[in-house]
Design a protein around this ligand. Sequence first.
Ligand code: NAD
Length: 488
Amino acid sequence: MSESVTDILNWIAGRPVVAQSQAWLDKFNPHNGRLLYRVSSSSAADVDHAVVAAKSALAEWSGLTPVRRGQVLTDIVALMKQRANELADCIAVETGKPPQDAKGEVGGAIMQGEFFAGEGMRLYARSLTSGMPGKYSHTVRQPRGCAGLIVPANTPIANIAWKTFPALICGNSVVLKAAEDSPRIALLFAELTKEAGLPDGVFNVIQGLGQPAGAALVEHTGVDVISFTGSTAVGRWIAATAGQRLARVSLELGGKNPFVVCDDADLDQAVHWAALSAFSNAGQRCAAGSRIIVFRSIYPAFVEKLVAKAESLKLGVEAGCDLGPLINPRQHAAALAAITGAGNAGAKILCGGGAPDSEALAGGYYVKPTLIEGVDPNSGLSCQEIFAPVATLYSVDTLQEALALANAGEYGLTAAIHTGSVDRAMWFAQRVRAGVVNINIGTYGSEPHMPFGGFGASGNGTREPGVEALDVYSELKNISFLVRSDQL
Ligand code: NAD
């Protein structure tokens, strides 16, 4: 794709629309810092326009049978498959992730669509018994109404798919607030929905900043359910604001995920998965394994291998590179400041520790894979998400100590343990405070049919994707009727 500056617009009622204020944001290429797009900077007026369009389209869409809605989703998925390369190219350019990662992400989004398209034929609720003779009772799922979806840029098409497909299959219409750092992929997806026959107004996109555009969506009284993926600080504000009007809220927030390596682990496997957990997608994953907790007896051997692995990783945007740049200059500066702060506080930087020296990467927002030891477990670096390829290392003597460290802090999204012992693995898995636990693999999220979400500050208890997502986007209605035997 060419890197000439493109205008990225909102998508309302089935067509591209410029923000009413005619204001624009600059979007830079993370790989080289060059201007990539001008993005419509929306305000409350644009959000209102989109919500009105979504409300107008609701009766037609929710009036279709779930099976028919599933067929439309199947057509969207077919177009995603046809245009998979175009979608992946767009993601690669706007996020800076290597092409194989962008393709993998599109594949994940397609599977998500396939799963929820099939749910059109399985939008089950329950049949219930009754204490009253002759009374029959069952529940049905009905749409909430207009769904306000707010996503970050780290895995943009996956984030869009995780929310849009379950919202649509349940019969809702959608206003998506695209991530300001990955705006074009939302627009490409919108074009596909129209081509697949989704009625105009059922899926709308608002471009712009969290404040004012995202906030206006949260505050709009016409929005019946808010589904947000992003930082815990913003999630807290959304819960308080949308909670005032009793809108349903689903929050998928941050993580500071522990990766435990026991003294009976397969060391090479543990190193392989630790590096992927900490550094893939340049560490910009809510599920990133950013705290690596290792039994003391194997600590030196493990660290030596992990440092060697980290130093072997290739940075860049070409095929085969292991990690790309961070998404924007703000995240880049914050990551570099966190590393410098750790060094100043007496921690030891084992590898990485800053931007790469290579001239080819000089204009981009790159951070070398960084491992740090000697960090106070209660310090900011141990407790706060960095969202960069930066992990801290800790040594422990027992599994109990590893668990206590894993459970320290306010987050509880994912956790991994490497051990040859089923007893150790299951003892840990049952006690660790995390919504996802992986044994002898990495701190990765779920598959399209598996629930994903976290404890504590990682969310508010909802799960996406999996069938659990249907509970976010539908209301249950209980219907009963009486069979009168005197009327036969
Ligand atoms: P962010 O919270 O700054 O922004 C996320 C989205 O929310 C963006 O679209 C942004 O414009 C919007 N936003 C910002 N302020 C808003 C407001 N006041 N009202 C409404 N919308 C607002 O997060 P980020 O830095 O872009 O993304 C990284 C965060 O996302 C990390 O904390 C990461 O862990 C989290 N995340 C969580 C998951 C998960 O499934 N749990 C997945 C991916 C990312």
